[in-house]
Design a binder for this molecule. Structure first.
Ligand SMILES: Cc1cc2nc3c(=O)[nH]c(=O)nc-3n(C[C@H](O)[C@H](O)[C@H](O)COP(=O)(O)OP(=O)(O)OC[C@H]3O[C@@H](n4cnc5c(N)ncnc54)[C@H](O)[C@@H]3O)c2cc1C
Length: 415
């Protein structure tokens, strides 16, 4: 009798896993099913560019089915509940799917309802977000008409997916307003719950300098108690206030509600996962990948890509009854748009901080932790890499799943 591999979520991770494993599992022994609520695949890094009119919706949306390989079934449905004891997943409408192996790739979502006052009457009037397609669209309209005032870019709580995206947004906004001759009429402020611009100390130092150079104020250690929409200000637990005319917030991120309904997650609905094997800590037949995990790695597509290569090997080892590879090392890399047609590139892992040097080969051509035009073009080119290689589970030339030992002498261990 054929066995069943069930994949929950057909976003970045779920699609990559389906492609990896359909190539590697015999079709007469394993059938595969992917479930997602959406028939459209959204290239989320493109949400950064949509509000500025750099990308259009047609650049960042594709049919989900176009990336599901032959031999895997796609079901469009809401996932209601996962019952690990009975190896069963219930979909909305009551349909039940029994699995032999389950991969949970349900990602994470923004939860503006978690902050008092955020979803008040001025939500998407002068309180905006860009982490959702609707949010990015509304912000595009707002920016097109904005003529001046206090613009505040805000991160509510960590972890968030793509932790550099709000900073990138701030740099791009600076360029956007300069190009329109409006920058003198605008104050730009970046408000974060962290003690610096970013989570990693070396990158944070570099990015704080960039903010200063561009005349962007940095407000740190700001844990928002509420958004006071009546007086247009953010209020911190310690009593500090940041007034705004336009607030661009990144709300609290949380794992999917189906994780909560299934009682398999932590307080933020992230699923306890082995940080090197990607096996669930509760059930050996369940594996977790991407933003849905509770791992101390970045929630990023690049991380999901590196994880997918280890996880594909581990699923085959698990089926063969062999020990899993404890291989995933938190490897992450990310282009950081810094405005004026430039970007930085960072590469790090659980153990190693972002460092200087060249990427992906010893000779480059890309530079790490330094602004360059080539990095910016790399970021824009990544969209094509995503659609054509990454989602299909194809290797990316020169880029290995584990972090190469940094050759930069200044590299320190993560503090
Ligand atoms: C603005 C922005 C910029 C970003 N920039 C970058 C970048 O430059 N580089 C980078 O590496 N990463 C970036 N990311 C992060 C990256 O997009 C995510 O980390 C990546 O998509 C995670 O993949 P995933 O498969 O875990 O989750 P997702 O891709 O979000 O997929 C989850 C899927 O599960 C489905 N799903 C969830 N719950 C249910 C349910 N109950 N029923 C049915 N379906 C369900 C969803 O519909 C979705 O399709 C960015 C993200 C944002 C928002």
């Amino acid at each position: 009798m054929t066995k069943h591999l069930l994949i929950l979520g057909g976003g970045t991770s779920g699609t990559m896993m389906t492609n990896h494993l359909r190539r590697r599992l015999p079709a007469d022994e394993w059938r595969m099913t992917v479930v997602d609520r959406s028939e459209k695949h959204l290239y989320q890094p493109g949400l950064l560019f949509l509000p500025f009119g750099i990308y259009q919706e047609s650049d960042i949306l594709r049919d989900t089915r176009d990336f599901i390989p032959r031999g895997a079934e796609f079901i469009q449905s809401e996932i209601e509940r996962i019952s690990q004891e009975s190896h069963l997943v219930t979909l909305s409408g009551g349909r039940e799917l029994v699995y032999d192996i389950l991969i949970i790739a349900t990602g994470c979502r923004t939860a503006p309802e978690e902050t008092e006052g955020m979803l008040g009457p001025k939500w998407r009037v002068n309180v905006h977000d860009f982490y959702t397609l609707d949010g990015a669209r509304a912000l595009r309209s707002k920016l097109a008409e904005f003529q001046g005032g206090r613009v505040v870019v805000h991160v509510n709580e960590m972890p968030i997916k793509c932790p550099v995206a709000p900073l990138e947004f701030t740099f791009l906004a600076d360029t956007f307003f300069r190009e329109r001759g409006l920058r003198d009429r605008i104050t730009l402020t970046y408000v974060t719950p962290l003690s610096g611009a970013f989570t990693k100390p070396r990158a944070s130092k570099k990015l704080s300098h960039l903010l200063g150079d561009k005349g962007i104020e940095l407000v740190t250690d700001f844990v928002a108690e509420r958004v006071d929409q009546e007086h247009d200000k953010l209020v911190c637990y310690d009593g500090r206030e940041v007034p705004y005319d336009l607030l661009i917030t990144t709300p609290t991120n949380m794992g999917d509600a189906s994780v909560q309904r299934s009682s398999i997650g932590d307080d933020l609905n992230y699923i306890p996962t082995h940080k090197h094997t990607l096996q669930s800590l509760k059930d050996p037949d369940v594996f977790v990948i991407g933003d849905a995990t509770n791992l101390p790695a970045s929630k990023a597509g690049s991380v999901a890509h590196f994880e997918s290569e280890t996880l594909a090997d581990n699923i085959l080892l698990h089926i063969a009854g062999k020990p899993l590879k404890e291989e995933f090392d938190g490897h992450s890399n990310c282009f950081i748009e810094s405005g004026n047609g430039k970007a930085l590139l960072i590469d790090f892992s659980y153990e190693h901080e972002p460092h200087e040097g060249r990427f992906p080969f010893r000779f480059g051509p890309l530079r790490l932790l330094e602004e360059s035009r080539l990095n910016h073009w790399g970021k824009l080119a990544f969209r094509h890499v995503y659609w054509n290689l990454l989602l299909k589970g194809r290797p990316l030339p020169g880029i290995s799943r584990t972090k190469k030992k940094p050759i930069d002498s200044k590299t320190t261990k993560e503090s």
